[in-house]
Ligand binder design. Structure first.
Ligand SMILES: Cc1ncc(COP(=O)(O)O)c(C=O)c1O
Length: 304
């Protein structure tokens, strides 16, 4: 990670090294944090944060699920993200707003603990490797399933959920893959360790529904909308493991990941083993938002 000058911490910009918390903070022991991951881009018309309002709305939705009393409005956090980028002179950055229960009591209930709110931002390149966007990645189906319904809510982007992701990541790295695909508790396809998945079959896009233990990604939603402009049909439907093997194309979507083709699953080549035509068209439309080649008809680019 590349440190910057300052981090926004409980309403103030503090030096990077001073944004610290006590070792007995509740979140360290019980995973009681929520967060967002957002990207900014140097576009043809200035520095823009992609879908900033939607990300902050999701942060507040996560807080609602966990009944976390955020002392700030969504607009205050939106403004703080922009202030942080400007203060650190960042352009192509990754922004990490988060809230966590801090130091107060060691019991499981966080009621005696203060809710700390912070935002960090730093430069961060391609999540799955510099080549991944063009070359794609080799994946395997994880032996770890995603969370079962009514256990941990997958719609909340909460720190504790990422223990599931860590198990998945450790396993695929040990076996030499670049990412994995996890199934839900029923055995249907869910998502990657930190990204959603799409399948192309007979020129149709299919992606698992929100009930398949996924985080309903904003990049996933952007693909829905970009696909509409290309007259492509998108269907939310359960996907079986074996239909992954028979897909014409597969790709991942996520803020950190962006849009990455999947070239193999469990050692079986997907389609031609390279980014397929529909994946390429969607990548072009997505990255075109930042180069100016795709019109931002949704107001997704929030300029500093
Ligand atoms: C588990 C998980 N699923 C999906 C996503 C994709 O969501 P988004 O496109 O909003 O970044 C992410 C990344 O935030 C994630 O961590």
């Amino acid at each position: 990670m590349q440190p910057t000058e300052t981090i926004w911490f409980n309403g103030k910009l503090v030096p990077w090294d001073q944004a610290q918390t006590h070792v007995l903070s509740h979140a360290i022991h019980y995973g009681s944090s929520i967060f967002e991951g957002i990207r900014s881009y140097q576009t043809a018309t200035g520095i823009a944060i992609f879908r900033l309002q939607d990300h902050i709305k999701r942060l507040f939705d996560s807080a609602k699920i966990y009944r976390m009393p955020l002392d700030y409005s969504q607009q205050q956090i939106v403004r703080a993200c922009k202030e942080l980028l400007s203060a650190n002179q960042l352009t192509n950055a990754y922004i990490r707003p988060f809230a966590f229960f801090g130091y107060g009591s060691i019991g499981v209930s966080p009621k005696q603990c203060p809710l700390e709110v912070s935002i960090a931002a730093f430069e961060w390149g391609a999540y799955l490797g510099e080549d991944s966007i063009e070359q794609g990645v080799d994946t395997a189906v994880s032996s770890w399933n995603r969370v079962a319904p009514n256990t941990l809510p997958s719609a909340a982007k909460a720190g504790g959920n990422y223990l599931s992701s860590q198990l998945i990541v450790e396993e695929y790295q040990r076996h030499g893959y670049q990412e994995a695909i996890a199934l839900d508790a029923r055995g249907f396809v869910s998502e990657g360790s930190g990204q959603n998945i799409f399948m192309v079959k007979d020129n149709k896009l299919i992606t698992p529904p929100s009930t398949a233990a996924i985080l309903t990604g904003l990049t996933r939603d952007s693909v829905f909308k970009l696909a509409q402009t290309m007259d492509l049909t998108v269907q939310e439907a359960d996907i079986s493991r074996e239909s992954l093997y028979l897909a014409d194309e597969l790709f991942f979507t996520g803020t950190a990941t962006e849009i990455v083709p999947i070239r193999s699953v469990d050692g079986l080549t997907i389609g031609s083993g390279r980014a397929g035509n529909i994946t390429k068209q969607l990548q072009q439309a997505f990255f075109g938002l930042f180069s100016g080649e795709t019109e931002d008809q949704w107001g997704w680019l929030d300029y500093l």
